[in-house]
Design a protein around this ligand. Structure first.
Ligand code: DGL
Length: 281
């Protein structure tokens, strides 16, 4: 493709609102860049969908962000990182434009583990799709060795709908938070570190923290991904120089734009103006 040296914003993609927890931290750390956020709210949740569907939706979104000129896209979604990232990196990018980059959120999170866990017992809360893909246990074994960590996972299919429907506090949320926390500690009572392996979950973090035994740490994925991106751009100045620096934030959603904007404001803690984008299957 002839547009390989095009400059543009950093694209940030999620199935819905969850990626905003990542975007917020990235913008706080790197406010100088332009960003385009794309939430596929009309087709969320992704967590219960097949590998093929998550891959095809994610590839469509990434291509859209490329068409808008983004030289790099962050998959701010664990489910998409688990099910689509590798194929996009290994196949689609070569065809579309090998000079562009697509990065996920699982690896930077896993890299943090040795700095946080003292006893090597790690818990993962994630969507059904991410848990079934075993992406976290596999990536942990790949990066830190097979014997390094004892990893237990629990799928939390009710948490994304709670967040997407603005129900992340109150009795209903408390019930489902306790339910999955209890399940995890039944699997391994020694867990000292928990990965919130879904970008929607930080909205439930205050409730989750209340249910955890004392001394258990929650890994903050937003901050981790932001630091890892800053580090990436320092090491890859050819990519850094392709990112425009107007300090703007543009929001796209496949759902109703005003509804998106209202909820996104809670995540971002600032005014949000959204545009609608339509994808066809
Ligand atoms: N926020 C996404 C993640 O990090 C997925 C939520 C969903 O659509 O199920 O996994």
């Amino acid at each position: 493709m002839s547009n390989s040296l095009k400059r543009g914003a950093i694209g940030v993609f999620d199935s819905g609102y969850g990626g905003l927890t990542i975007l917020k931290e990235i913008v706080e750390l790197l406010p100088q860049y332009d960003y385009i956020y794309l939430g596929d709210n009309a087709r969320a949740p992704y967590g219960t969908r097949s590998f093929e569907t998550v891959y095809s939706y994610t590839a469509q979104a990434v291509e859209h962000l490329f068409e808008l000129g983004c030289p790099m896209v962050i998959l701010a979604c664990n489910t998409a990182s688990a099910k689509a990232l590798r194929t996009i990196q290994q196949n689609d990018l070569l065809e579309y434009d090998p000079s562009r980059r697509v990065l996920g959120v699982i690896r930077p999170t896993v890299e943090q583990l040795p700095n946080i866990s003292k006893n090597g017992h790690v818990g993962v809360f994630a969507t059904r799709g991410t848990v079934a893909s075993s992406s976290y246990p596999l990536e942990i074994a790949k990066l830190h060795g097979d014997q390094s960590f004892c990893v237990s996972q629990v799928a939390c299919p009710m948490w994304v709908p709670l967040v997407e429907n603005n129900e992340f506090s109150g009795k209903g949320a408390e019930y489902f938070v306790k339910k999955y926390v209890d399940q995890l500690f039944l699997l391994d009572p020694k867990i000292d570190t928990i990965i919130l392996g879904c970008t929607h979950y930080p909205l439930l973090a205050p409730l989750i923290a209340k249910e955890l035994p004392e001394g258990v740490s929650l890994i903050s994925q937003g901050e981790t991904v932001a630091l890892s991106l800053a580090n990436y751009l320092e090491r890859h100045t050819e990519m850094r120089d392709r990112i425009t620096t107007g300090g703007t934030l543009r929001y796209l959603t496949t759902e109703q734009k005003d509804h998106f904007a209202k909820l996104a404001e809670i995540f971002m803690d600032s005014k949000v103006c959204a545009e609608h984008v339509e994808f066809h299957e």
